[in-house]
Design a protein. Structure first.
Length: 202
């Protein structure tokens, strides 16, 4: 007869009760070990570029003074791809990612009233609060759907943004930018069926 030393196996959770964080890089390295050097691969012109939006938030430099201008600054980077899917995170309270962020600590909530709201002095600290990032993602969608983004969206062959698990395909017209709502996985799956080798994750 044997008895566990902890209420939950350490393969599933830490000693203090947090879910064990998975290492996604392990899977990536496994898939790429025998692959050709991606730097030497030239994607086709109609490739769909998938951008991790939250990762890009942390890499931004030379930020504009207001949140609206920051959203357009991000869009300018994506327009260069011409055919892109900009995906942001979902924040489920029971997820491993959420518990990991709770363990790290949460910064103060910042009220983002609209595009003219000025960014805080410490933008990285702003991103340490889940509610702040949700506000930023929601505002980003609003700005990208506004008339100020029309000329930029017009340069794209396909512009898709995913916010809180919902995908919006942005289409420019004389009346501004309209959006078509679909489930996020729908776009990726349909593109893979049509062009199985033309998806590039960045």
């Amino acid at each position: 007869m044997s008895y566990p030393l902890t209420p939950v196996p350490h393969s599933l959770a830490t000693a203090d009760g947090f879910f064990l964080k998975t290492n996604k890089a392990t899977m990536m390295h496994f898939l790429l070990d025998n692959a050709a050097d991606q730097d030497d691969i030239q994607p086709p012109k109609d490739a769909l570029f998938i951008q991790d939006g939250n990762a890009l938030f942390h890499m931004l430099t030379n930020l504009q003074p207001t949140f609206g201008e920051i959203c357009l600054q991000i869009l300018d980077q994506m327009v260069a791809r011409r055919n892109f899917l900009f995906s942001t995170d979902c924040y489920e309270k029971d997820s491993i990612k959420y518990q990991e962020r709770v363990r790290r600590g949460i910064s103060q909530k910042y009220i983002v009233e609209g595009p003219s709201t000025r960014k805080p002095t410490d933008f990285k600290l702003f991103l340490a609060n889940e509610q702040n990032k949700i506000q930023l993602c929601q505002l980003l969608l609003r700005v990208w759907q506004s008339s100020s983004a029309t000329s930029r969206i017009d340069k794209c062959e396909r512009a898709i943004v995913v916010v809180e698990g919902k995908a919006y395909e942005l289409v420019s017209s004389n009346d501004g930018v309209s959006s078509i709502l679909q489930h996020a996985k729908f776009y990726v799956c349909m593109h893979m069926l049509q062009k199985p080798c033309d998806i590039y994750d960045r």
